[in-house]
Every structure is written in C-alpha cells, then in structure tokens.
Design a protein around this ligand. Structure first.
Ligand code: AMP
Length: 278
C-alpha cells in the first residue's frame, strides 16, 4: 500500500490507474480510524477497482482550537488497519499542502449550514465543504464514500456536488456501532471507561424517542429524554426530529414523510453526535 503526501505524486498514480481503465473510490477521513471508517473502505473496495483513503485533520472545520489540538492522530495504526483490509493507497498531506495560503474562501449552504450542527459549530460546514471540494478536485474519484453518522455533512456535500457539478457519485453508508449501541467515533478514544458507558445513552435516547413518536407529544418526549440524560451525567445540546431530505425541523410527528432523529451532547468534555432514521 502506498502513502502519498503530495498532490503531484497522487495525481500521477491516479492518472496511471485511470489510463488502465480502473474505477477510483475515495474515502475521506480525519484518521484515528475505527470500524466505521473501515466499513466505508470495504464498500469502496467492493464497488471500485482502486480505493484511496485520505487522512487529513482539516484545521478549518474545527471551531474549537482545543478540539483540533486534542484530535487523536494515530497514523501508524491507521496505516496498518487500512493495509490489513487491502486498501490500495493513502493520501496523507500536511496542512501546508492543502492550504499553501491562509484559506479565505467561504461556503454558504443556506439554511442547511445554520441549523443543528451548524448552529452549534459556526463555520464548520464551510470548512468541510472546502476540504471536500479540494479532495474531489485533487483525486477526481468516480465514487466518494461518506457515513450516515455525519448525516448533515452528507447533505451538505451532496448540495456542494450538485450545485458545482462535480462529476462524482456519492454514497452514504450506514452507522457502525459498538455492541453498547454507541456510534463509533474517533472522539470515543478520548472517553474514560465510565464516560464510554454513559455515552451509549445517546443511542438509547434516540431509540426511546423513536418508540414514543406515535404515542406521545414530541415536546414531552424531548423533555423526558433531556431529564434522563442529565441523570446519567450527559449534557444534551440538541435532540431534533427533522425531514430526512431537507433537515427542516419538525415539531409534530406524522408518519407521511421520511424523518430522522438527530442528537448531540457532551459526555464530560467530549461532544458526540448520533442519528436514527424514523
Ligand atoms: P471522520 O474521520 O470523523 O471525518 O469520518 C470520516 C468518514 O467516516 C465520514 O464520512 C463519517 O461520516 C464516517 N464515519 C464516522 N463514524 C462512522 C461510523 N460509526 N459508521 C459509519 N461511518 C462513519
């Protein structure tokens, strides 16, 4: 497996692969890989001929400097994991390669980047949009793989790709969970064993909310969930029911259109997100 650190060398590699008629799959990640990331890589390996995993902790999508500083970086382990499942190559550039000049460009995705994650992480989705646009332009994959875990991010990327006519097919892949139900996340590495146990309450809250949707008023469900989470020591940032296509928040459940439940909360210092289709 080859590790490319600069743009010219990965582009030479891809040019050769395309000349040989191979289909390219890209899995963008920030490293500290777990089985969620690996499920995307496996999907790409099954559906394309050459899979590239990018590992880049994108500074401009962090709205909290300490979160960026403490973000786990485990390159050697990531490399071994990717190699063990047969990934073909890694693109692992330094920040100065991706941002030779301080980035001035900003994206505005309308309503989609002001709600939910966007409300609590201003500027986050602009940073995500810029790095994904750069990766898609550098690699020019046929297919790019993303996780449902970051569902709002997937919708943002879909809008970016549609609005700017990027010639790529996008895949949104289901959430991989720990046996406790906790959605796998690189940030889970920073949880203590007790916090990790408590964190699984986020998924249980989503399940409980979904079970109660047809029985109780949505406001009542939200209040109950919040009280339960506080008792476990979690701080709820949001729990919302939203339209699955637009992410417009819904105040009343009616079984007509596909919906999604989205949750964000703090376990100690660590902010976690999760979601569940309704
Ligand atoms: P990240 O490294 O956190 O930027 O994630 C890279 C990609 O992996 C994103 O498309 C995420 O949505 C996806 N991902 C993260 N966690 C999971 C998970 N538990 N299951 C499936 N995909 C995931």
């Amino acid at each position: 497996m080859q590790v490319f650190k600069d743009i010219d060398s990965i582009q030479d590699f891809i040019k050769q692969q395309k000349q040989d008629g191979r289909k390219i799959g890209l899995v963008p990640t920030m490293g500290a890989l777990h089985n969620g990331h690996l499920s995307l890589v496996k999907k790409s390996l099954a559906e394309t001929d050459v899979t590239i995993a990018s590992i880049f902790v994108n500074p401009i999508q962090f709205n909290n400097p300490s979160d960026l500083e403490k973000y786990p970086r485990t390159l050697e382990n990531d490399r071994a994991l990717l190699e063990s499942i047969g990934c073909h190559s890694i693109f692992h550039p330094e920040p100065s390669i991706i941002y030779p000049n301080p980035p001035q460009l900003k994206f505005d995705f309308g309503d989609l980047d002001k709600i939910l994650e966007g409300q609590f992480r201003p500027g986050h989705f602009s940073g995500v949009g810029i790095v994904v646009a750069k990766l898609l332009n550098i690699i020019q994959p046929h297919v790019a793989y993303f996780g449902q875990k970051d569902y709002q991010q997937f919708l943002i990327i879909r809008r970016l790709v549609n609005d700017l006519n990027f010639p790529v097919r996008l895949v949104c892949s289901e959430i991989v969970r720990e046996p406790s139900g906790l959605a796998m996340s690189s940030r889970n590495q920073r949880l203590s064993p007790e916090e990790r146990k408590a964190a699984s309450a986020l998924f249980r809250a989503l399940q409980l909310a979904r079970e109660n949707l047809a029985k109780k008023d949505w406001v009542e469900i939200k209040n109950e969930v919040e009280t339960t989470l506080i008792q476990i020591g979690l701080r709820l940032e949001y729990l919302e029911l939203a339209d699955r296509k637009s992410l417009a928040v819904v105040q009343k459940y009616n079984g007509d259109v596909p919906l999604i439940l989205l949750i964000a909360g703090y376990v100690g210092q660590i902010r976690l997100i999760d979601n569940l289709f309704v």
